[in-house]
Design a binder for this molecule. Structure first.
Ligand code: RIB
Ligand code: CA
Length: 309
């Protein structure tokens, strides 16, 4: 098995932290670059959080800051979910300085040097950095093996009744990424809602080891409030689902669909229209992740976190 060259764009973010640790602990992925975007909290937190998360895993992966706001529209965070510092108040040891430059440029530089269809892009936040990279050099989509996005919802959103948070934050950037011409896989709220972290999972994590990353992950999990969406049963590991698809696709069932995003100003802004029956003939080809073997997912996640320093 040759590890997949991978770029992870994220807005840590409590679930981003877990997803990053899963990616960095997984031999199936060769994480070459981590980029930060404003999202769950402002870039002034997401960038240092990304640096700290990578450093705690003992990895020498460059971390580059990117967009602190969407392409259009107003930036709105989700600090009410992730805490003011983005990690539910958990403070990690500071990581090394960010690599110089901007995320979109770093992504393009990496793609320009890559072989055709060789790089996996995993988007865990608003798609602004990915959209900027692909819009300013469209031919680079040919170097991309797959774009895996935690974004969107088939039904009700979580940021608004219509829209999931990442899609809602920058629908124009998502539209660019969906239409870029690279294979796209979507982890929407319907599949991430199956990755519900409960007190039993937190106890299992605590029992699995005492490493710094595992302990930090447990502290984060213990502090994140159960979601209303789950009826208070737990909190969704949204972003780790996107990484888990790249690491263990056998845990999922998926279907081919057409997907587009509403970039209008109205109540539907950021809504992802997922056309599984191709009725309208509109939208970009995409793979929609439909089901997840949740307990196998958490067993994998916990085992990989336990393997980190
Ligand atoms: O709607 C959930 C998504 O928005 C996750 O990626 C979470 O981290 C936030 O970015
Ligand atoms: Ca995220």
């Amino acid at each position: 098995m040759t590890p997949r060259p991978t770029v992870i764009d994220c807005d840590p973010g409590t679930d981003d932290a877990i997803a990053l640790w899963l990616a960095l602990a997984s031999p199936e992925l060769d994480v070459r670059l981590v980029t930060a975007v404003g999202g769950n909290v402002g870039l002034e937190h997401t960038l240092p959080n990304a640096r700290a998360i990578v450093a705690l895993a003992g990895k020498q992966v460059p971390v580059v800051g990117g967009a602190d706001r969407p392409l259009l529209g107003r930036f709105e965070d989700a600090a009410h979910v992730h805490g003011d510092n983005g990690l539910a108040g958990v403070v990690l040891p500071e990581g090394p300085p960010a690599a110089p430059g901007l995320a979109a440029d770093a992504i393009r530089d990496l793609l320009r040097a890559a072989a055709p269809r060789s790089v996996t892009l995993i988007g865990l936040g608003p798609a602004t950095n990915l959209g900027l990279a692909l819009a300013t050099e469209p031919a680079l989509a040919g170097r991309v093996a797959e774009i895996v996005l935690m974004t969107g919802a088939v039904g009700e959103g979580n940021a608004t009744p219509s829209a999931e948070f990442n899609a809602w934050n920058d629908p124009e950037a998502l539209a660019i990424v969906l239409g870029a011409g690279a294979p796209v896989t979507l982890a929407t709220l319907e599949v991430t809602g199956q990755a519900l972290c409960t007190p039993a999972h937190i106890a299992a994590l605590r029992e699995a080891g005492q490493g710094a990353c595992l302990t930090a992950a447990a502290r984060i999990w213990e502090r994140v409030k159960p979601s209303r969406r789950s009826g208070g049963r737990g909190h969704e590991q949204h972003d780790a689902c996107a990484v888990a698809w790249a690491v263990a696709p056998h845990l999922f069932r998926q279907v081919s669909v057409l997907a587009e995003v509403d970039c209008g100003p109205g109540i539907g802004r950021g809504r992802t229209a997922i056309d599984r029956w191709r009725r309208g003939g509109r939208g970009a080809e995409a793979v929609l992740l439909e089901t997840l073997e949740a307990e196998a997912f958490f067993a994998l996640l916990i085992a990989r976190l336990a393997a980190l320093p």
